[in-house]
Design a protein around this ligand. Structure first.
Ligand code: FO1
Length: 321
């Protein structure tokens, strides 16, 4: 653990899996951890700007996350949402009363012209978060998925339609005019190691890499000998949470296995982390050119989150040139 504690680490994260690993990494690294989060899931609700991937990591690292759902705030109430429904407002995307405070502050400052990153870092400081959670870009990017019902906004698909429609294409509207923030570029330049969270390769990791400047920053870090690890979000042929397994079938046209995830990361990830359930896939992953680590990746509690983070950090510390 000691070897790893001094490392500066950048985690690429989206969704619940990204938040859980970030929690474990923060326990090991404190403010030496930077979490670059996907912003393609962001949306406007009731005139407020909501940033689900940032806020899921924010609440988790602040220790106030709703453990049952993986998103939102523990002990949350929905009095405002109930009143909004009485006024005929759509409330299928449920915003709790405490969560609304985040969106009210964020939206006011955003409309005053402040950068998303500045606002995010102030929200984190207010909640006492040690790590830095960095939006992948300050520019608006919106993930849309193509289904037999047409193109759907991400949250309409993910929450509104309960991820039921089959996804045949994914696009990131606005990505072309987005740029990596100075804070994100600086985090990669200072990184001793980079970790891809067990997030959805198509709608969490891909949008981050698609931001002009980020893939270049990762490649430059690797050129300096900075190792990159990725934790599989597919265990035993199924996504731990969310639609990644169905997306591998519909978008990559292959069975949803950890090997299919590794195939998407070949060429820029050095170490692939498999769950013990998938130990028999280790040879196939190594044949793709990865080093491998097989361990328990089911982050069912704080201790496992910290232990998994420690395992990955030790493996990365050991192989740094
Ligand atoms: N997920 C749901 O399944 N239902 C919801 O009503 C919902 C509301 C919500 C509000 C704020 C927030 O930050 C996240 C919320 N999520 C909800 C989760 C969210 O859709 C996903 O966690 C991410 O977008 C996927 O990475």
């Amino acid at each position: 653990m000691a070897a790893a504690a001094g490392l500066r680490v950048v985690e690429l994260a989206g969704g619940v899996g990204g938040a859980k690993l970030a929690h474990g990494l923060q326990a090991q690294l404190g403010d030496r951890l930077s979490v670059v989060v996907n912003t393609g899931d962001d949306l406007e609700r009731h005139g407020l700007l909501v940033c689900p991937d940032h806020d899921t990591v924010l609440y988790t690292l602040a220790g106030i996350d709703n453990r049952e759902w993986g998103w939102g705030i523990a002990g949350e109430t929905f009095a405002a949402s109930e009143m909004l429904a009485r006024y005929g407002e759509e409330t299928w995307f449920r915003l709790g009363d405490r969560d609304l405070a985040t969106h009210i502050v964020r939206t006011r400052r955003w409309r005053d012209g402040e950068r998303m990153t500045t606002i995010a870092l102030d929200l984190q400081a207010a909640l006492g978060v040690a790590a830095r959670i960095l939006p992948m870009t300050d520019a608006p990017v919106r993930t849309r998925v193509r289904t037999d019902e047409g193109w759907l906004d991400f949250q309409t698909y993910f929450v509104g339609r309960h991820q039921e429609p089959e996804v045949s294409e994914v696009r990131f509207d606005g990505i072309g005019s987005a740029t990596a923030t100075p804070e994100v570029v600086a985090a990669f330049e200072a990184a001793d190691a980079i970790i891809v969270a067990p997030s959805n390769p198509f709608v969490s990791v891909a949008p981050i890499l698609a931001v002009p400047g980020i893939r270049e920053a990762v490649d430059a870090a690797r050129g300096r000998g900075v190792p990159v690890a990725a934790v599989s979000g597919i265990v035993g042929g199924r996504a731990i949470k969310g639609p990644a397994d169905r997306m591998i079938a519909s978008l990559a046209g292959e069975p949803p296995t950890a090997v299919a995830v590794a195939r998407r990361y070949a060429g820029w990830v050095d170490l692939f982390v498999l769950d013990a359930t998938d130990a028999e896939l280790e040879g196939e992953v190594r044949a793709l050119g990865f080093e491998t680590l097989v361990t328990d990746t089911m982050m069912v509690g704080d201790a496992v989150r910290a232990r998994l983070a420690g395992d990955v950090l030790e493996a990365l510390a050991a192989r740094r040139r």
